[in-house]
Write a protein that binds this ligand. Structure first.
Ligand code: BES
Ligand code: MN
Ligand code: ZN
Length: 509
C-alpha cells in the first residue's frame, strides 16, 4: 500500500528515497533541477532531454555535497538520489505525457521505497489539480507488480511506500490534496482490475470472481446480488448459461447497485464481459490463441474496479451493473454450433461459432439492464480480434447507438490517457447477422467483425442510448507499457470513472 501526499516543500529539502525531476528537450531544466544543483549534470552526461532519457544521480555524487556526508550544504538535495527524466519538447508536454513519464520512472522509485517529484510544476497553475492527480497516478500505476505466484526474489523487488507530489504554495492546497486522494483511489481500483485479469483462470472461475465482487461491494457499501445458475435459469439468461454449459465451473451474474444520487434519479448502467477462460468452446481456439485467454474477463474486472472507485469517491450518481461470468469450455455438455439459445427477454440467437461467446453473455446482461430504464448503458468487453486488427493493441474501439455518450467516453479517455477511437455502427451491416433459423446469428462475415459483434449487442438494448467499448487489445499488454508491466492493464477503469464523474457534474472540464 502506497501513501500519497501533496507538499509545497522545496525539492532540495524534501525527504524521499528518490527525487524525480523533469528535463525538457534542449537541456531546458524543469522545476527543481536548478535548485538541486543538477543543472550541469544532465549536459555533462551528454543528454539533451529527449523523451525516455534518464540520469540517476546518487547521494554519493551529489552536486554541492562538499563534505560527502550527505545533507544539504550549498546546492544539493536531501533525497537519497535524484532521477532526471527527459520529457521531450516543452510545447508537447501535457498531463498524459507527465503520467507516462512518471509511470516509467516508477520502477526505479520502487527500489528506493519512496519518491517525490516536481513534475506537476512543469505544467503550470492552470493544470495544477489534473497534473497532481496524474503524477500520483503515474507513480502508483507504474509501480504495480503481480507477485502472487513468484516464490523467489525478483530483480525489481521492493515497494513504493510513499509518494510525495511537490507543488506551488500558490496552488489551492485542498484541491491538490483531493487530487492526490483521487489518484490513490484510482490506482487501487486499477490494481483490483489488474489482479483479477492476471490471476490464472484455474484459480478464478466465475464463482470466485463473484466472491471477490461480493467482498469488494461489502467493503465499499455497494448493494450486491449474485445470481447463481438456478436463478439465471429461472430468469431466462440463456446466453450466460449456454456459454457456461461446457464447463464444470458454473456461471454467475454479479449485480451491483451504487446509489450516490437521489432515489428518483435514473441510473447509468454498466456491464462487462466476464469470460473466466475462453477456450473457444467446441469452436476451439489453437494453443497460442488460448495462451492469454484468462484475460477474457477484463471487461468484468474493469467494471468491478470502476464500481469500487466511484463508491470510494462518493460520486453523486446512481449506477447499476450486471456482470455476466461464464467459462467457455468444450466438453460433452458444451453448446454446439447450430444450437439456438433464448436470451433474457425472449430473443433467440443461433450459435454458429461457440468462440463468439462474449456477445452471448453480454446480450442477457444488456437486456436485463435495459429493463431498469437507465439513462444509458456502457459495456466493456474483450470482444473481437477484429477490433485489434482495426485499431492495434493499444486503442479501444467505441461503437454504439449514441454518438453523445461515445463522445463523452472519448473525451474522458483523452483526459485519462486511455486511448479510445469511435467505429461506426454501419446500418447496412445489420443484415450480416440475420439468421435462417433464429432471430439473429452470433457471427457475421469475415470482415467488419467488431461492427457485426456490436450489431448483435444492439439487439438487446432497446431504445436505451448505448455504447460498447471493445478492449480486446488494450485490456492486456503483452510486453508492458509506460503505466505498468506485462499483463492486465486495468483499462478502461480510469476512463469510466472520469465519464461518471463528468456525468455527475462533479468535475468541470
Ligand atoms: N475473447 C475473444 C476475442 C479476443 C481475441 C480478445 C484476442 C483478446 C485477444 C472472443 O471471444 C473471440 O474469440 N472472438 C472471435 C469472434 C469470431 C469467432 C467471430 C474472434 O475475434 O476471432
Ligand atoms: Mn471467444
Ligand atoms: Zn472471448
Amino acid at each position: 500500500m502506497t501513501t500519497y501526499a501533496f507538499s509545497t516543500e522545496s525539492p532540495a529539502d524534501v525527504d524521499a528515497g528518490l527525487l524525480i525531476l523533469p528535463v525538457f528537450e534542449g537541456g531546458d531544466p524543469g522545476p527543481g533541477v536548478r535548485e538541486t544543483g543538477l543543472r550541469d549534470a544532465f549536459g555533462a552526461a551528454k543528454l539533451t532531454g529527449k523523451k525516455g532519457e534518464t540520469l540517476l544521480v546518487t547521494g554519493r555524487d551529489r552536486v554541492g555535497d562538499r563534505d560527502g556526508a550527505g545533507g544539504r550544504d550549498g546546492a544539493g538535495f536531501a533525497a537519497g538520489a535524484a532521477l532526471l527524466v527527459g520529457v521531450g519538447p516543452k510545447a508537447e508536454f501535457d498531463v498524459t505525457a507527465l503520467r507516462r513519464a512518471l509511470g516509467r520512472a516508477a520502477g526505479t522509485a520502487r527500489r528506493f521505497g519512496s519518491a517525490a517529484t516536481t513534475f506537476p510544476l512543469a505544467l503550470g497553475a492552470r493544470h495544477a489539480t489534473d497534473a497532481v492527480q496524474a503524477a500520483a497516478e503515474g507513480l502508483g500505476l507504474g509501480a504495480y507488480r503481480f507477485r502472487r505466484y513468484k516464490t523467489t526474489p525478483q530483480d525489481d523487488d521492493g515497494s513504493l511506500e510513499t509518494v510525495t507530489i511537490l507543488g506551488s504554495a500558490k496552488w489551492d492546497a485542498r484541491a491538490a490534496r483531493d487530487a492526490v486522494a483521487r489518484a490513490d483511489v484510482l490506482v487501487d481500483a486499477v490494481t483490483l482490475a489488474r489482479d483479477l485479469v492476471n490471476t490464472p483462470a484455474g484459480d478464478l472461475p466465475p464463482a470466485e470472481i463473484a466472491k471477490v465482487a461480493k467482498a469488494m461491494a461489502k467493503q465499499e457499501g455497494i448493494a450486491c446480488t449474485i445470481w447463481n445458475e438456478m436463478q439465471l435459469a429461472q430468469g431466462g439468461f440463456g446466453g450466460i448459461l449456454g456459454v457456461g454449459k461446457g464447463s464444470i465451473n458454473p456461471p454467475r451474474m454479479i449485480e451491483l447497485t451504487y446509489r450516490g444520487a437521489g432515489a428518483r434519479t435514473a441510473p447509468i448502467a454498466l456491464t462487462g464481459k466476464g469470460i473466466a477462460f475462453d477456450s473457444g468452446g467446441l469452436s476451439l481456439k489453437d494453443a497460442s490463441g488460448m495462451e492469454t485467454m484468462k484475460m477474457d474477463m477484463g471487461g468484468a474486472a474493469s467494471i468491478l474496479g470502476t464500481m469500487k472507485a466511484i463508491a470510494r469517491l462518493k460520486v453523486k450518481i446512481n449506477v447499476i451493473a450486471a456482470i455476466p461470468c461464464s467459462e467457455n469450455m468444450p466438453s460433452g455438455s458444451a453448446q454446439k454450433p447450430g444450437d439456438v439459445i433464448t436470451h433474457r427477454g425472449g430473443k433467440t440467437s443461433e450459435v454458429l461459432n461457440t468462440d463468439a461467446e462474449g456477445r452471448l453473455v453480454l446480450a442477457d446482461a444488456l437486456a436485463y439492464l435495459a429493463e431498469h430504464d437507465p439513462v444509458c448503458i456502457v459495456d466493456t468487453a474483450t470482444l473481437t480480434g477484429a477490433c485489434m486488427v482495426a485499431l492495434g493493441t493499444d486503442v479501444g474501439g467505441a461503437i454504439g447507438t449514441s454518438d453523445e455518450v461515445a463522445g463523452e467516453l472519448i473525451r474522458a479517455s483523452e483526459a485519462t490517457g486511455e486511448p479510445i477511437w469511435q467505429l461506426p455502427l454501419f446500418p447496412d451491416y445489420r443484415t450480416l447477422i440475420d439468421s435462417k433459423v433464429a432471430d439473429i446469428k452470433n457471427i457475421g462475415k469475415r470482415y467488419g467483425g467488431a461492427i457485426t459483434a456490436s450489431w448483435f449487442l444492439a439487439e438487446f438494448v432497446g431504445d436505451t442510448p448505448w455504447v460498447h467499448l471493445d478492449i480486446a487489445g488494450p485490456a492486456y499488454s503483452e510486453h508492458g507499457n509506460d503505466l505498468g508491466p506485462a499483463g492486465g492493464t486495468g483499462m478502461p477503469v480510469r476512463t469510466l470513472v472520469r465519464f461518471l464523474q463528468d456525468r455527475a457534474g462533479a468535475r468541470k472540464r
